[in-house]
Design a protein. Structure first.
Length: 236
């Protein structure tokens, strides 16, 4: 913030206030053995009073200049207060979001994933992300060796999330071993086969607050690891 003086001995005024030069005062810092410090409200007002006391009687400080300097300081002070308020509000919102997300522990969420763990004697639930109406939608489930274990036919699907459930049985009707399986979906869109995105359900095991980015991360089961709360597509 620039401060205009209307005296011939302005350097003496700055020295009385511990400011080495007019340019130092304008930059809002002071120089000393303890380092630089901000030009605060009390220092600013003291500078204004000293300026009035030392002004040239034949050329006094004009009232509009005085008011302009006060308005400048008020604007800067207001911005600083606003920044402090917004920072505090952001912190409060982040904590509130974390408390709300903690309620997800023990529940299932649907997130984008191409792989998921099949538990022993369990099932695997998920969905296909159909962005454009498609027909002949299928989900292929592959083992770690890349062999097709089961294919789920979902038929015609409108735009949205097309849910599916795999009961853990292979194509021959036997139980597939527990482990990690890969999901691949495709469908016919406008007469052409297209790959479609897959999502899987997973239980929420933990909630973590990212202090650096003020985000919330969910720790998921089913081998899905950690995912940002914003990536959740559905809660059940």
């Amino acid at each position: 913030m620039s401060i205009t003086t209307n005296t011939n001995n302005s350097s003496n005024i700055y020295q009385q206030l511990g400011l080495t030069t007019a340019s130092t005062a304008a930059s809002g810092t002071t120089s000393g053995s303890t380092g630089a410090s901000s030009l605060g409200e009390s220092t600013f007002l003291k500078l204004m009073v000293t300026e009035l006391q030392n002004q040239d009687p034949t050329s006094p400080l004009k009232s509009q200049n005085f008011l302009a300097q006060l308005a400048q300081f008020s604007a800067v002070s207001g911005i600083q207060n606003l920044q402090t308020t917004v920072s505090g509000l952001a912190g409060s919102l982040s904590k509130t979001q974390t408390l709300q997300a903690a309620g997800l522990v023990g529940r299932n969420v649907l997130v984008s994933a191409s792989q998921a763990d099949l538990p022993s004697q369990g099932s695997l639930n998920g969905a296909v992300d159909v962005t454009t109406p498609a027909k002949d939608v299928v989900v292929g489930i592959y083992n770690a060796s890349g062999q097709l274990v089961r294919q789920l036919d979902l038929g015609m699907q409108s735009a949205g999330l097309a849910s599916f459930s795999w009961d853990g049985k292979n194509a021959q009707g036997g139980s597939a071993p527990a482990g990690t399986y890969t999901l691949r979906a495709e469908g016919v869109v406008n007469g052409k086969n297209e790959a479609l995105g897959t999502l899987t359900d997973a239980p929420v095991n933990s909630v973590t607050l990212d202090q650096k980015n003020a985000g919330v991360t969910l720790g998921l089961g089913n081998g899905l690891g950690s995912v940002d709360l914003s990536k959740v597509r559905r809660i059940s």
